[in-house]
Design a protein around this ligand. Structure first.
Ligand code: TPP
Length: 271
């Protein structure tokens, strides 16, 4: 199973690189850093209905780092939510997929996001209502580390701990880079685990590229009854296979050149 999912992640990585090359789009390094997180969620952990995407019983995914929407689109497409033709319309004239994902822009996309710091508050609201209405669905929220600079994120963390939202699971894509530099230089988040924990969340650290570990942890949520769960997923931002764009700010804004894209793809084929 994990071998299969690694192949799926590899396909998704190729799609992201090709989408970026075609559209000359920014935000590619961060799309690549969350691939294994999304593959684990959509292929193994979450209850989803690709043929009936808004089935009331589905688990919800709030993709808060919506500037990296390429990753969400590529995973939804691979999971069978929509046809590849739609994927090819990402950020190109006449296409339907916007750079930042918006509610229902393609089957399976739950919320409009892109203004960093809005995703967890939305997810907390959804989880609160789900609990109040005694629904069994879970709400997952994928956040960036840069979003942990936002006051609204911490307000939602505080709210969710207070309301004991154990149907809410946050995953922080902790790639250690934000828009203009390294997290540790711009606004250090450490000790990040302790901070979430102090706000009433149950926390786990995971290698965010290790699908087996991600699934092992995500399958055990809630980690503790009566508490929201958070996974701090340690990841690497950038175009693996092109060292000058790995763990560097360049992969935030610069699309790959054709030569770089081919190097990334070759590297994936060798893995
Ligand atoms: C409130 C807000 N401020 C600024 C931006 C512009 N912006 C887009 S992506 C980005 C930073 C990306 O870094 P991070 O949030 O850590 O995401 P990742 O590395 O996971 O892609 C910024 C500042 C925004 N989308 N929203």
């Amino acid at each position: 199973m994990e071998e299969e999912l690694k192949k799926t992640a590899s396909k998704v990585r190729k799609d992201i690189i090709l989408m970026s090359l075609r559209a000359k789009s920014a935000h590619t390094g961060g799309a690549l850093s969350c691939v294994e997180i999304l593959v684990s969620l959509y292929f193994k952990v979450m209850k989803v209905f690709p043929e009936d995407p808004y089935n009331a019983k589905r688990d919800r995914l709030v993709f808060s780092k919506a500037h990296d929407a390429k990753a969400l689109y590529a995973v939804l497409c691979e999971r069978g939510f929509f046809d590849r033709k739609i994927l090819e319309g990402y950020e190109v004239d006449g296409g339907f997929l916007p750079g930042h994902s918006t509610r229902h822009c393609a089957p399976g996309v739950e919320v409009s996001a892109g203004s960093l710091g809005h995703g967890l508050p939305m997810a907390a609201g959804m989880a609160y209502v789900g609990k109040k209405d005694r629904k069994s669905f879970k709400v997952f929220a994928v956040l960036s580390d840069g979003e942990c600079d936002e006051g609204s994120t911490w307000e939602a963390i505080l709210f969710s701990g207070h309301h004991r939202l154990d149907n809410l699971i946050a995953i922080v894509d902790y790639n250690k880079l934000q828009g203009f530099g390294y997290i540790k230089d711009i606004l250090d988040l450490e000790p990040l685990k302790d901070k979430w924990s102090a706000f009433g969340w149950e926390v786990r650290d995971v290698d965010g590229h290790n699908i087996a570990d991600l699934i092992k942890n995500l399958s055990k949520v809630p980690f503790k009854k009566g508490k929201p769960s958070v996974i701090i997923a340690h990841t690497i931002k950038g175009f693996k296979g092109v060292p000058k764009h790995v763990n560097q700010i360049s992969s935030q804004y610069k699309p790959p050149s054709e030569e770089e894209a081919m190097k990334v793809i070759k590297n994936l084929d060798r893995e």
